[in-house]
Design a binder for this molecule. Structure first.
Ligand code: HEC
Length: 134
């Protein structure tokens, strides 16, 4: 093979590796943002913290209230909620994120830690945000 041919071959190989690495971690943006904004409370693995912070991994409340999650992030939550049969009455402060960041984080959470919840589009997150309780 000529030098040029070898370079071409190496470039194609690198490109395939690059595509493959994106496949391995399709929600890397959401993971990064989750770990920055949410993991301090909900933990890196979404398991929550004892009786204080509800889980997101395997959480019935999370799976059943998908259209409320964007508002929970933007407005915070101070309510008495039941997650997987356990009562939580803590307080989550509002976190100012854009619809794109919310979509990335939700899609990471929906497809991580054993969660298998359909992914959200930015459009549906924007619609959810329009319906936030004032
Ligand atoms: C300072 C701690 C803290 C941070 C940071 C935090 N949360 Fe929460 N979160 C809580 C608490 C406490 C509750 C329960 C509030 C209640 O009982 O009303 C909660 C509730 C929730 C719920 C509803 C309950 C459930 O488990 O399904 C979701 C969804 C949620 N948080 C998502 C997030 C996301 C996404 C982020 C990051 C963008 C985040 N939270 C950041 C403390 C936090």
């Amino acid at each position: 093979m000529s030098i040029k041919g070898k370079y071409l071959f190496a470039s194609i190989l690198l490109f395939i590796l690059f595509l493959f690495s994106c496949q391995l971690e399709p929600y890397s943006k959401g993971k990064e943002a989750y770990e920055f904004y949410c993991a301090s409370c909900h933990m890196k693995d979404g398991s929550g913290l004892a009786a204080l912070i509800p889980p997101i991994a395997g959480a019935d409340y999370y799976a059943q209230n998908q259209e409320k999650v964007a508002c929970i992030i933007i407005n915070g939550l101070q309510d008495s909620i039941v997650v997987n049969g356990k009562k939580y009455g803590g307080k989550m402060d509002p976190i100012a994120l854009t619809p794109i960041q919310i979509t990335n984080i939700m899609n990471y959470m929906n497809q991580s830690w054993g969660n298998n919840i359909p992914v959200k589009s930015i459009e549906s997150v924007k619609k959810d945000l329009e319906k936030c309780p004032q």
